[in-house]
Design a binder for this molecule. Structure first.
Ligand SMILES: Cc1cc2nc3c(=O)[nH]c(=O)nc-3n(C[C@H](O)[C@H](O)[C@H](O)COP(=O)(O)O)c2cc1C
Length: 141
């Protein structure tokens, strides 16, 4: 899945402190990017969908089209990037379900809010899809 970067947005997970983490493809581990609790801005960044605050953590998938553009002429690079996003998302949803966790995905993102917090430039790397996972805490308005 060469074109995708994944970020973990932790709201409430046992031993993992709230914040934003980057999943490193090099170390196969998490790197802390920001230790601030995301619950203050997370729902707004998800298009004011307040129910997203019920998840424990979310995986934000971002695409880097240049990683495919050397191989595929446009627009194939974009097609492949979006297909990779869908495959990763579906796998994450299946894994969450197999673990007995609740999950959703949303594309209703305020991309600029995520770009600012994970320090990416939109022409290089763009937020595409967010997968929320949790135990269904009831925090609806
Ligand atoms: C690509 C994609 C984007 C989605 N975006 C949203 C969204 O922005 N808001 C939403 O309520 N559901 C969205 N959904 C649907 C949710 O993932 C979920 O299926 C829906 O909220 C129904 O949840 P339920 O099946 O647990 O009832 C999206 C689904 C896909 C595949």
């Amino acid at each position: 899945m060469a074109s995708i970067e994944a970020y973990l947005i932790v709201l409430s997970v046992g031993e993992l402190l709230p914040g934003i983490y980057h999943y490193s493809l090099v170390s196969h581990g998490l790197e802390l990017l920001d230790g601030e609790n995301p619950s203050g801005w997370f729902a707004e960044a998800c298009g004011d969908q307040s129910w997203v605050l019920g998840c424990s953590a979310a995986i934000l998938l971002c695409g880097v089209p240049a990683r495919l553009a050397w191989k595929y002429p446009m627009p194939k690079a974009y097609q492949a990037m979006l297909m990779e996003t869908g495959h990763i998302s579906q796998t994450a949803l299946l894994c969450a379900t197999a673990e007995g966790l609740e999950c959703f995905c949303t594309a209703a993102l305020r991309e600029e809010m995520f770009e600012e917090r994970i320090h990416i430039q939109p022409l290089d790397e763009t937020p595409l899809l967010l997968i929320g996972i949790g135990r269904g805490r009831q925090t609806y308005d």
